[in-house]
Design a protein around this ligand. Sequence first.
Ligand code: PMP
Length: 294
Amino acid sequence: MSAIIYINGQLLPEAEAKISVFDHGLLYGDGVFEGIRVYNSKVFLLKEHIERLYEGAAAIRLEIPLSPEKMTIAVNETVAANHIDGGYVRLVVTRGAGALGLDISRTSHPQVIIIAANISLYPDDIYKNGMKLITAKTIRNHPQALNPRVKSLNYLNNILAKIEGADAGTVEALMLNHEGNVAECTGDNIFIVKDGVLKTPSGEAGALMGITREAVIQLARKANIPVEEPTITCNDIYAADECFLTGTAAEVVPVICLDDKQIGNGKPGEMTQKLLKLFREFIATGEETLLSPK
Ligand code: PMP
């Protein structure tokens, strides 16, 4: 069935939803996006995703041509128009069409595109038995090159790292920052558990401020699990008791091996499973926003 796409205020059949070949989103990766889950016909943590979208847009001096309130309505309308019960929303804002060249003053009409679709997930087996990871040679963007907090349309270094993973037979890959410390994976945040403490790289280390990451941190704190954001190295992961990834599509995925080195006992860890359970319970509550303000 053809999808109904929101594009600049209109809901159009997929074949009619078009943007210019001069759009700087296409020409230069100039824009921002969000990936959002739909559970039980409700858009999950939409407020948080919209906040991150507008913050990212502001950071690249991209003025989104509608208010966050109108954007919220547009997302909900697109999900309803496509009768999505469980799925995924891709929200994209491009710089708009302009002259060839990087000058943003010669572009106009940023394009707002909303796609509501089904979602492809990691195979079930990974949740039961855990995922293997490799460390990619491609590093995360230097924060002074492109702030990792901005979920920009330019994902090439993540794509290159993901290719390295695929070449090595893994579905995800670990990315280090310019200092050689752990930042995150190509499309997921990473956590380790050591001696009962949950640890994850900070934004300064090159991690995207994942919405799932934040939800898991809050759920852990509520369950009296200590959470820290220290510098983490590959060695810390090799020596961890447990490791897992978080992301909108992934939710909470156990990791059992990095670079052929077994983590913990080589099985999904207890705290990982507890946090996955808490996260799924949180989804089931139908809460619209995170537990406490950031
Ligand atoms: N890091 C990167 C690079 C991502 O693209 C994503 C989203 N796929 C994440 C982390 C996870 O963020 P979220 O929980 O908001 O999906």
